[in-house]
Design a protein around this ligand. Structure first.
Ligand SMILES: N[C@@H](CCC(=O)N[C@@H](CS)C(=O)NCC(=O)O)C(=O)O
Length: 205
């Protein structure tokens, strides 16, 4: 059975949400980051970076939430959760995944790192305003490109929507928007999906 190593209410929610969308059986192994469980020798052997989520499927050990949701979606090839076969649709899917990891979430990660995640002596308070500004620019770009579409690829729900919506929820949790009505509608629609409710219940169990 697939194993997902994660910590509730972190990026690992993306992996658990994706598993629930696909409807596979999986074991969720919860690590308490505050207790340093992600720095145990056993976990570092799976991910030397010491970060969640990590997925283990037989001899495949996969870190990086974008790669994990894509792998999970590909387990259900007819679902359309990850576009297969159509190069253009797949390119758009990839573009949104990379946009989230490379652009949209980075200012949020900077905020987290310099507020609580880094050792105190590494934190620089002066970057916090710049990070908020950078996030608002990325959110504005997302809003313009999304327009009135229901899903980012424009063509039905995909795993890329999990990455985008999860990141918008993260932003809202640190009081950053969504300021744009279309992003607000998009986030509310995506975050109401039953699979996310099941994922959160599983994390809390
Ligand atoms: N790019 C990675 C980032 C993973 C990541 O930074 N996870 C955080 C939780 S949201 C973590 O495990 N932090 C522990 C640490 O940095 O020590 C991904 O998307 O999976």
């Amino acid at each position: 059975m697939i194993k997902i190593y994660g910590c509730p209410r972190t990026r690992s929610t993306r992996a658990v949400w994706a598993a629930e969308e696909v409807g596979i059986e999986y074991e969720l192994i919860k690590l308490e980051l505050m207790q340093g469980e992600h720095r145990s020798p056993e976990f570092l052997a799976l991910n030397p970076g010491g970060k969640v989520p990590v997925l283990v499927d037989g001899d495949l050990v996969l870190s990086e939430s974008g790669a994990i949701v894509t792998y999970l979606g590909a387990l259900a090839p007819r679902s359309g959760l990850v576009p297969e076969g159509d190069r253009r649709r797949r390119a758009l899917y990839d573009k949104w995944c990379f946009f989230v990891i490379g652009e949209l979430e980075q200012p949020l990660w900077t905020l987290s790192k310099h507020s609580f995640a880094l050792p105190r002596e590494q934190r620089v308070e002066a970057v916090l305003d710049t990070a908020r500004w950078e996030f608002s620019r990325a959110a504005e770009a997302l809003s313009r490109e999304l327009g009135d579409r229901e899903y980012v690829t424009g063509d039905g729900f995909t795993m890329a929507d999990i990455l985008v919506a999860h990141t918008l929820a993260w932003a809202a949790a640190v009081k950053l928007g969504p300021e744009q009505d279309n992003l607000d509608r998009y986030a509310q629609r995506l975050l109401a999906r039953p699979a996310l409710a099941r994922a959160r219940a599983r994390e809390d169990a």
